[in-house]
Design a protein around this ligand. Structure first.
Ligand SMILES: [Ca+2]
Ligand SMILES: [Ca+2]
Length: 119
């Protein structure tokens, strides 16, 4: 036999107001918008069916156009890349060389351009 549910709110949440500074007691990473990118599936710049570093560069304005007055971008402030190193698996977590770039994604120079363009 089912029991009657109690009525009323389960919890009361207090929203954190948006501002340019983290609320007292919160670190900056609680305030910024992070965006994790699985490069292989994000954007393919050369038509080989695999996302790549140049694809990220071409979509940086979609993530953040650098203008705080516009609202057509995602206002991302931090980008987190899933593994971009050579690897025998699709996800890339079993890295075979931490000093190279997966050739499906591009080159080390492409990665340096991602860094420059993102900043
Ligand atoms: Ca590609
Ligand atoms: Ca903007």
């Amino acid at each position: 036999m089912a029991t009657a549910a109690t009525s009323g709110p389960i919890a009361t949440l207090t929203p954190i107001p948006l501002s340019t500074e983290p609320p007292a007691g919160y670190s900056w990473w609680n305030q910024d918008v992070f965006y994790e990118i699985f490069v292989r599936s994000f954007f393919d710049s050369n038509g080989d069916g695999k996302g790549d570093l140049n694809g990220i560069i071409s979509k940086l304005d979609y993530l953040n156009d650098g203008n705080p007055e516009t609202t057509t971008d995602l206002s991302v402030k931090e980008i987190w890349l899933m593994p971009i190193f050579p690897s025998p698996s699709y996800h890339g977590y079993d890295v075979t060389d931490y000093q190279a770039i997966n050739s499906d994604y591009g080159t080390l120079d492409d990665f340096k351009r991602v860094l420059d363009e993102a900043h």
